[in-house]
Design a protein around this ligand. Structure first.
Ligand SMILES: [Zn+2]
Length: 70
């Protein structure tokens, strides 16, 4: 099953969580970061109704943070 087999890819917010900071939402269409999951991306104007939680994304980023912390 290929990821490219989807007919149309609708943009989603990719939720990035932090342990110590507020969550961030990343537009899958343009990659901009937002503080919350807007109905419409403030940057590219895409209509976004879905939020995708991506824990693997987070773990990696937090791990890097930890490596360089202290
Ligand atoms: Zn966008």
């Amino acid at each position: 099953m290929s990821l490219f087999s989807q007919k149309k890819k609708s943009p989603v917010w990719i939720q990035k969580t932090h342990y110590m900071r507020a969550d961030e939402f990343i537009c899958s269409a343009c990659g901009c970061k937002a503080k919350k999951a807007y109905k419409k991306c403030p940057r590219c104007g895409a209509q976004i109704s879905k939020v995708k939680y991506d824990p693997s994304w987070v773990d990696e980023a937090e791990f890097v943070d930890m490596m360089f912390d202290d």
